[in-house]
Ligand binder design. Structure first.
Ligand SMILES: Nc1ncnc2c1ncn2[C@@H]1O[C@H](COP(=O)(O)OP(=O)(O)OP(=O)(O)O)[C@@H](O)[C@H]1O
Ligand SMILES: [Mg+2]
Length: 571
């Protein structure tokens, strides 16, 4: 093949102008003093805040945390015992980043992405900055798909939507971790199907044995197939505990931004992360504020939780024959003026809900074309932060902060927990501010009745304890309430499909359990659900398909419940 001179010249010119010499300048400094996981370093005068620093002799990394007039406060990510005064340090020019990608799924890693599970190195070529900007308003869209927790009390009364932030708050040993784990385990139902949820469980400041138990139960229930565990136990240095939630968030974000997937992040728990941050800040002599926390602790939590989002979907106009599963941003056939785009122009991309309407209007000028969603748009990151309170004190500094950042909270109370009402959710004060819009219609129609039953029950419960003679109507309300409380009890690791929940709550709120002895309610539930799946699979199937309690379904459900009544065998 003959070479054409005028083709080669631009290539050569391009190469020459893009030529960079192989020398890269890096600043080098020295450690002035070191202790408690912090090093004061001299000589890194142009380092960025948050930049990764390398201690050359030991290979340990650190982060430039405090930029002072003559020195830099570096927090050491790893074992600081080997670092000595006078050691050389280098800036890296990069912000702190962690490995991300498919290879992380199923693994247990530390906050820097190093494996902790002894299953060999993690091979991935993708990295993501630990701290990134949260998407802005235009980059988001309303939450409208439910995130099923599989827990009756939550899915019915404080439903969570994909992209929402729901706080789980309570004293120690009230079942906070259990709620989060059951939610992760319940996502197994969607694994490998459209609507799959990638989960990240971040353990901060817990005992290593507790983390090991969590990993074990996730593995046992098949949840490690789609879960990443990021562990910074109480034994590791405070900087790692502080960065763990951001690192876990970055790992989830990768799936949300690059693949448009739904993700779930559990931060267990943010009180311990706040304590780690307080420790760090005091060591670098930042001024302490309320409860000795640094003034920016609110910002630390808000910038983490703001990163959870339901991203706006993007749409383009493509020929009808286009493969919808592969559509990308550059497939659009029209330009901003809705004319055929020239080859040098970029096609029009429509953003979010307003964009969808605009695209629907524009496509009318394009016969044999359709509006298609860009395949990797519209991902979500749901956050479940956990906060531990002391003696139910929710008005302490960290709890109030996080309550104000999240879209609702689930309160777990020791009194209920000890009385055997588990999950120990106080339904009276737990709320979810956005999830209701995402709730399945069938669930929405039964949950209203449940709320009413429980509210009237709470009002009357005190009377019942006085042992006074009650009139018939009051007694009926009480009986119903006791049974609803019973229905909402649920063992750990037993998440329930949302339509099973609908059927049992329907039976309860319509009074079919009023005559069942209280102790038998859960047995009745199990036998009834088995009966429905075996004998009335058509009802179950239709519920699954339509997701609505139509009049016809209600009628058939009532008939089925009546037919089941005599078959119940008390245990
Ligand atoms: N729904 C449930 N049914 C039965 N047991 C439960 C339930 N939820 C939690 N438990 C049990 O209660 C104990 C405490 O639960 P868990 O560890 O989830 O609480 P926690 O609030 O996370 O505690 P910590 O303060 O130690 O983090 C565990 O032994 C757990 O197995
Ligand atoms: Mg816990």
């Amino acid at each position: 093949m003959a070479l054409k001179v005028d083709e080669i010249i631009p290539v050569l010119v391009g190469e020459i102008t893009n030529l960079r010499s192989g020398i890269e300048a890096r600043e080098v400094g020295r450690v002035l003093e070191v202790g408690d996981g912090i090093a004061r370093v001299f000589g890194l005068s142009s380092v960025m805040a948050g930049e990764m620093i390398e201690f050359t002799r030991t290979g340990i990394r650190g982060v430039a945390f405090n930029l002072e007039e003559n020195s830099v406060g570096v927090i050491i990510l790893g074992d600081y015992v080997g670092i000595r005064e006078g050691d050389e340090v280098r800036s890296t020019g990069a912000l702190l980043q962690v490995p991300v990608g498919e290879a992380m799924v199923g693994r247990v890693v530390d906050p820097l992405g190093n494996p902790l599970d002894g299953k060999g190195p993690i091979v991935t070529s993708h990295y993501r900055a630990v701290e990134t900007m949260a998407p802005g308003v235009a980059g988001r869209q309303p939450v409208e798909v439910p995130l099923q927790t599989g827990i009756k009390a939550i899915d019915a009364m404080t439903p969570i939507g994909r992209g929402q932030r729901e706080l789980i708050i309570g004293d120690r040993k009230t079942g906070k971790t259990a709620v989060a784990l059951d939610t992760i385990i319940n996502q197994k139902e969607f694994y490998g199907k459209p609507g799959e949820v990638i989960c990240v469980y971040v353990a901060v400041g817990q005992k290593e044995s507790t983390v090991a138990k969590v990993v074990e139960s996730l593995r046992e229930h098949g949840a490690m197939d789609y879960t990443i565990v990021v562990a910074a136990s109480a034994a590791v240095a405070a900087p790692l505990q502080y960065y763990a939630p951001y690192a876990g968030c970055a790992m989830a974000e990768y799936f949300m931004y690059e693949y448009g997937k739904d993700t779930l992040c559990v931060y267990d728990d943010l009180s311990k992360q706040a304590a780690a941050y307080r420790q760090l800040s005091l060591l670098v002599r930042r001024p302490p504020g309320r409860e000795a926390y640094p003034g920016d602790i609110f910002y630390a939590h808000s910038r983490l939780l703001e990163r959870s989002a339901k991203l706006a979907e993007r749409y383009v106009i493509v020929p009808t024959s286009a493969d919808t599963s592969k559509v990308s941003d550059d497939w659009g056939v029209n330009n901003e003026r809705n004319q055929k785009r020239a080859s040098a122009e970029t096609g029009k991309v429509y953003f979010g809900e307003p964009g969808k309407h605009e695209a629907a209007k524009d496509v009318k000028d394009w016969p044999e074309h359709k509006v298609a969603r860009v395949w990797n748009s519209g991902g979500s990151l749901t956050a479940l932060p956990l906060i531990e309170t002391l003696e139910g004190e929710v008005s302490a500094y960290i709890p109030t902060n996080v309550i104000s950042i999240t879209d609702g909270q689930i309160y777990l109370v020791p009194d209920l927990f000890n009385a055997g009402i588990r999950p120990a959710i106080d339904v009276g004060i737990s709320v979810s501010r956005v999830g209701g819009k995402a709730q399945t219609p069938a669930m929405k129609s039964v949950a209203g009745g449940l709320r009413l039953d429980l509210a009237s029950f709470r009002e009357l419960e005190a009377f019942a304890q006085l042992g006074t003679d009650l009139d018939k109507a009051t007694q009926n309300l009480l009986d119903r309430g006791y049974r609803m409380v019973e229905i909402l009890k649920q063992g750990q690791f037993r998440p329930m499909n949302v339509f099973d929940q609908v059927m049992i709550i329907f039976a309860g709120t319509r009074g079919y359990l009023d005559t069942v002895p209280i102790r038998q309610v859960l047995a009745w539930q199990d036998q009834f659900l088995r009966f429905m799946h075996a004998q009335h699979a058509d009802v179950v199937k239709e519920l699954l398909r339509d997701k609505k309690l139509t009049d016809d379904i209600q009628k058939r459900l009532r008939e089925a419940i009546t037919a089941f009544g005599p078959q119940f065998k008390p245990v």
